[in-house]
Design a protein around this ligand. Structure first.
Ligand SMILES: C[S@@+](CC[C@H](N)C(=O)[O-])C[C@H]1O[C@@H](n2cnc3c(N)ncnc32)[C@H](O)[C@@H]1O
Ligand SMILES: Nc1nc2[nH]cc(C(=O)O)c2c(=O)[nH]1
Ligand code: SF4
Ligand SMILES: [Mg+2]
Length: 242
């Protein structure tokens, strides 16, 4: 049986970000990423610090663990990472989830295509802005979005861009103007990934949210946009596995 490197499985919790924010969900987090964003809040998936947590798992083993943790209390699973789009054999997990009537969300950055993307109910693509230190391949992103559009399946996709500064904001606008019909989300960047002082963190994040809302509200060039914080950061701070 083909296996996938999994670094954590957790839940139930709420989806803290983007198009299905608030959704009760389980999470499967794959290890490994083709990027290395300067501000990655899940760097333990790729920087070596979480190496001891990685387990090669079959789809059946992942499904068993989801049921062990979530019991009969879930109908939605979010696959994130790292970049889950590195793994063609996630196909088997997606098939099991579908057979069991479970809806599926995926978080990926739009750097790699997989055929199983056609089968995802809620697919979030999060191209990386300049502050990440990454340079995105616009043609790969365009190709992914084109395939999804042509596939014309019954699913939802969105673009979600994290904003730390004016350059990121301008980048986000460029992406939106390139793909104006794809639901578009701006997300507040968290630049303090290590603090355990939750009241200070929450205060800072709310201030940044306030500022981002302000910027968008007075910007006539950005109309059809949703502006969100990371809800899980406001509730649990930098805690892992929530
Ligand atoms: C950890 S990534 C994993 C999925 C995929 N690699 C990606 O980046 O889309 C999940 C989401 O968290 C966002 N994210 C990562 N670090 C963040 C930070 N410090 N502040 C806000 N959002 C962040 C990413 O942009 C992405 O939308
Ligand atoms: N609650 C919660 N919501 C999330 N949305 C995206 C997450 C991620 O790390 O991909 C995430 C996460 O780690 N926790
Ligand atoms: S693409 Fe996602 S997981 Fe990879 S480094 Fe960037 S934020 Fe982290
Ligand atoms: Mg996260």
């Amino acid at each position: 049986m083909s296996k996938v490197p999994v670094i954590e499985i957790f839940g139930p919790t709420i989806q803290g970000e983007g198009m299905v924010v608030g959704q009760k969900t389980m999470f499967v987090r794959t290890a490994g990423c083709d990027y290395s964003c300067s501000w990655c809040d899940s760097a333990f998936t790729w920087d070596g610090s979480g190496k001891h947590l990685i387990v090669q798992m079959t789809a059946g083993e992942i499904w068993s663990e989801l049921k062990r943790l979530g019991g009969h209390g879930f109908s939605f699973v979010t696959i994130s990472g790292g970049n889950p789009a590195l793994y063609p054999n996630l196909e088997a997990l997606i098939a099991i989830l579908k057979e069991n009537g479970i809806k599926i969300g995926v978080e990926t950055q739009g750097s790699r295509w997989q055929n199983w993307m056609y089968d995802i109910d809620e697919l979030t693509i999060s191209p990386k802005p300049p502050s990440s230190g990454m340079t995105i391949d616009h043609s790969v992103l365009a190709d992914i979005l084109d395939k999804l559009k042509r596939g014309n399946r019954n699913h939802n996709i969105s673009l979600k861009i994290v904003v730390f500064n004016q350059e990121d904001y301008d980048f986000a606008k460029q992406i939106h103007h390139r793909f104006p019909r794809i639901p578009f989300y701006l997300q507040v960047g968290n630049d303090d990934l290590t603090t355990i002082d939750n009241s200070r963190l929450i205060n800072d994040l709310l201030e940044k949210y306030h500022a981002l809302i302000g910027r968008v509200m007075k910007d006539d060039e950005l109309k059809d946009v949703k502006v969100l914080p990371q809800l899980h950061a406001l509730v649990w701070g930098n805690k892992r596995g929530v």
